[in-house]
Every structure is written in structure tokens, then in C-alpha cells.
Design a protein around this ligand. Structure first.
Ligand code: ZN
Length: 280
């Protein structure tokens, strides 16, 4: 069933685990993620890059996500990832999203607050909640990380904006890591404490060592994003299949293995963050 961001985060909060948020790109990745959630009886978030909302893809992909959520026996939230402006956030709401991220992390603090709050206020009218970002989470290609999120500014940001969850910079990055990242677990605990236990979000979950992920969840991370490794699971399998002389050229049959590759990856992450069996 389709649920909003507030309700799915509340499940994680009361059960002391984390909701995995998987980026989806096409119908096949939606099918793989849904299969994983159903098999493990896990509540999950399906999220889309903002560029999909700017381009035509969002128009076609959104109904696929909504169809998957309607069919699901587990809670599914349809979320926008890294919305940079009200163009993407409004369009994604129009297409049926039940969670919105507004990423103003590259703006000065007060501008980030003003933009995030305006999106929180709009989303309220349709019972949708917002994820904000404070402390910019860069990419693995950056030569150095920006400053990590400070607990004091996180407290101020959450109070001023009314976000439901907050993405924080604590050592992760987007993309493929060249060496395993080390997370600032103490900082996660401090931010939780300072923000009256606001649900924290970890971006760049692909490639973070399992032990670090477990510690982050125990410290209060309630949503963890996986995007890069979904792409690799899907595309590596496609490339392998192309070498297979027995492969089917009928696209629907060809896609069966890549769909299962996405499913297998998602199942491993669902179990790692403790979401398996939580939708029973
Ligand atoms: Zn991200």
C-alpha cells in the first residue's frame, strides 16, 4: 500500500530500525525493488532523481511506481530524491509522490531554511512530508568533504523548517567509493539528541561497510539511500547476459535476470538495516 513519509518513518522509529530507500530508474528496477520488499515483508521507499521529474521520464515512471505501491502488500512510500527547486517538488507532488526531499544544502543556511520551509508548507496541504538536507553531502569524486553537519545548526534547522527527516553529512558521499568511508557515529548520536530525536537520513549508502551501517542505524539513522549499487546490479547483469549465446532477444525475457539482480541486492540491504519482517 502507498503510505506517506511520516507514517513509514514512524514505523522505523517505533521499531528502532531503518527504512531502505532505493532509487528506481525504469519499470524493471521498480519490479526488482518491489519483489525484494514483498519477499522480505519490508516497508520500503522508492525514490527518483529530480532530473527524471524535469525530463519526460517522470511522467511515465510515476504511474509505474504508484501501480507497484497499490499492488504491494507492504508499505511503500514514493519519494523525490534531492529536489533542487519547486519545479521538481511541485511536479513530483502532481505525479503522486508521498514524500519530498528538498535539498538546499548548497545554499546559505537562512536561504536553505526559507526554501525548505516553503516546500514543507505546500506539502502539508496534501499530507506529504519533507526531508531536508543540512551540511552538503558531496560525491565520491570530491577531493575533500564539506564540513560535517553540526548538532546546533541541525536543531535550529529542524525547528525552523518543520522537516520530518534530515539528511546529514557525517562521512558518506554519492557514487562509488575508492576506499571504504568511515562514519562519524558520535556525531549522528549528538545530532539526534540535539534535534529531539529527529529521524536522520544517510545518503550514499552504496559501498559503506556493513558494520558501519549497523552502527549508524543503532545511532538513529531511519532512512538510508541506495542508488549507485542498484545501477551496478542491474547493468552488470545486463552486460553479462549480452555475452550469453542462449539469451533471449525478447526484451521482457531478457530483463528477467536483471530484475532478479536488483531484487537480490535490495534483499541484502533490507536485511542489513533491519527492515525485514517489519511489515508483517
Ligand atoms: Zn543523496
Amino acid at each position: 500500500m502507498l503510505v506517506n513519509l511520516k507514517d513509514i518513518i514512524a514505523m522505523a522509529e517505533s521499531g528502532n530500525y531503518c527504512i531502505p530507500a532505493f532509487n528506481v530508474y525504469n519499470m524493471e528496477t521498480v519490479m526488482g525493488v518491489l519483489k525484494a520488499a514483498e519477499e522480505t515483508k519490508a516497508p520500503i521507499i522508492m525514490q527518483v532523481y529530480p532530473r527524471l521529474m524535469k525530463e519526460e521520464t517522470g511522467y511515465f515512471l510515476s504511474p509505474v511506481i504508484l501501480a507497484a505501491a497499490a499492488k504491494a502488500s507492504v508499505p511503500v512510500c514514493f519519494h523525490l530524491d534531492h529536489g533542487p527547486s519547486t519545479l521538481e517538488t511541485t511536479r513530483c507532488l502532481r505525479y503522486g509522490a508521498t514524500g519530498i526531499m528538498l535539498d538546499g544544502s548548497t545554499l546559505p543556511l537562512e536561504e536553505n531554511i526559507a526554501l525548505t520551509k516553503s516546500v514543507v508548507d505546500t506539502c502539508k496541504y496534501v499530507n506529504v512530508q519533507v526531508e531536508g538536507e543540512l551540511g552538503h553531502i558531496g560525491t565520491t569524486k570530491d577531493s575533500e568533504f564539506d564540513e560535517f553537519t553540526s548538532p546546533e545548526s541541525a536543531k535550529y534547522f529542524v525547528e525552523q523548517t518543520g522537516v520530518t527527516c534530515l539528511a546529514v553529512a557525517v562521512g558518506t558521499a554519492h557514487g562509488k567509493y575508492t576506499k571504504p568511508p568511515k562514519l562519524d557515529i558520535e556525531r549522528i548520536k549528538e545530532i539526534r539528541k540535539a534535534t529531539n530525536n529527529t529521524a536522520l537520513v544517510l545518503h550514499g549508502g552504496s559501498g559503506v561497510p556493513d558494520e558501519e551501517i549497523k552502527k549508524a542505524v543503532a545511532a538513529g539513522v531511519r532512512k538510508m539511500n541506495f542508488a549507485t549499487d542498484i545501477c551496478y546490479a542491474f547493468l552488470d547483469c545486463c552486460l553479462e547476459e549480452l555475452q550469453n549465446p542462449e539469451r533471449s532477444v525478447a526484451i521482457d525475457n531478457f530483463m528477467k535476470k536483471p530484475i532478479d539482480a536488483v531484487k537480490d541486492f535490495c534483499i541484502s540491504r533490507i536485511k542489513l538495516v533491519g527492515a525485514d519482517g517489519k511489515a508483517e
